[in-house]
Design a protein around this ligand. Structure first.
Ligand code: UT7
Length: 331
């Protein structure tokens, strides 16, 4: 029998209940609802409480995913967690998640920032396609509030906390992950990074005083690259697979800025009704955005639907995945 493709056979998400609205932010920094909505499309975002970490969002998302797909936790072979906000520098958040699920399985983290879910999904698919594993969990999860400076209006309005997880299983019917293009250019690091807390500049009184343990972003430069690269790579994967706009059921874009998403849809030639957009509710949850979208749109999806996933983020990293959805959503 020929090698299987890797199909997403279930998806679930976790969003914390606490809402941080644009009105709340107006009371914290010099900003306003009109600026935030017109520049980004964001109205509100979710925040996880103090003392909780990324695994506290990923584990419940996976628990619900296992329940709805009738998958025993012990049958999971591998957990890949895409995150830039691990619970701690080590061990990997994937291991902590497995422990919270009451299992021990292979696991590791992938740090590709906002493109993290696409990198993790592509990696997870390889383990299925090579018949190494039968059940792989790929989770994109970030507690961005842990690395956001709520005194910096340039970044604090943009990000939120959230997690989304998918189950990957072998498929022999021609659906699943069809293709992927992953790109990175470390020259972009200067424009989007966290200055301290790594091996170059470990935490010290000085780094804390200088507020260097927060995400730094030169928004204008990142925007310029994001708008070009995300549109380019989404268009490229369509060309490579001879897909026209009519063939595409949905664009599933990373949710960083509505203007970047609009530019990507335009380049692909797909209309607004074919774009998954929930940035207004959750802001940018980094590795979480794409699986959270898949979860919210799951009911609309039918077996065989062509989806184009696309992202751009820190690294710089960017990429695109073309997949054929593997099941009919529960109407
Ligand atoms: O997911 C990871 C990848 N990240 C992204 O893709 C984000 C890419 N960047 C962006 O989405 C946009 O650049 C931002 C939303 C961050 C900013 O929008 P912009 O249209 O590029 O604004 P700007 O940076 O050009 O700033 C315009 C003005 C500036 O004032 P001056 O210098 O013109 O006087 C900012 O200081 O807006 C000011 N500004 C704000 N004003 C009110 C910046 N942040 C705020 C704010 N509220 N929160």
């Amino acid at each position: 029998m020929s090698r299987p493709s890797a199909a997403i056979t279930g998806v679930h998400a976790f969003l914390p209940e606490k809402i941080l609205s644009n009105a709340d932010l107006e009371r914290m920094v010099d900003t306003n609802d009109e600026w935030i909505q017109s520049r980004t499309g964001i109205r509100e975002r979710r925040l996880l409480g103090k003392g909780l970490g990324t695994s506290d969002m990923a584990a419940p998302a996976i628990e619900k995913l296992l329940k709805k797909t009738n998958t025993p936790a012990e049958s999971i072979d591998l957990i890949i967690c895409a995150t830039v906000t691990p619970d701690m520098p080590f061990p990997a958040t994937a291991n902590l998640i497995a422990h919270k699920l009451g299992i021990a399985c292979a696991g590791f983290d992938i740090g590709a920032a906002c493109s993290g879910f696409l990198y993790a999904l592509t990696t997870g698919a390889k383990f299925i396609e090579s018949e190494t594993y039968k059940k792989v969990i790929v989770v994109g999860a970030d507690k961005m509030s842990a690395i956001i400076d709520y005194q910096d209006r340039n970044t604090c309005v943009l990000f939120g906390d959230g997690a989304g997880a998918v189950l990957l299983e072998p498929n022999y019917e021609g659906v699943g992950i069809m293709d992927s293009i992953l790109c990175a250019d470390g020259a972009g690091a200067a424009h989007l990074h966290m200055k301290a807390g790594g091996s170059v500049k470990p935490a010290s009184h000085e780094t804390v005083d200088a507020r260097e343990h927060y995400a730094f972003q030169d928004g204008r430069t990142v925007f310029k690259f994001a708008v070009t690269k995300m549109a380019e790579v989404a268009h490229q994967i369509m060309e490579k697979n001879q897909l026209s706009a009519d063939d595409v059921k949905y664009l599933v874009p990373h949710q960083a800025n509505k203007r970047i998403i609009d530019a990507t849809a335009k380049r692909m030639g797909v209309s607004e009704d074919k774009v998954m957009l929930n940035i207004q509710k959750y802001g940018n949850t980094t590795a979480g955005t794409i699986p959270i979208c898949l979860w919210e749109w799951e009911k609309e999806l039918k077996k065989g639907d062509n989806l184009i996933l696309a992202a751009f983020g820190g690294g710089f990293t960017w990429g695109s995945v073309y997949l054929k959805w593997a099941y009919d959503g529960e109407a």
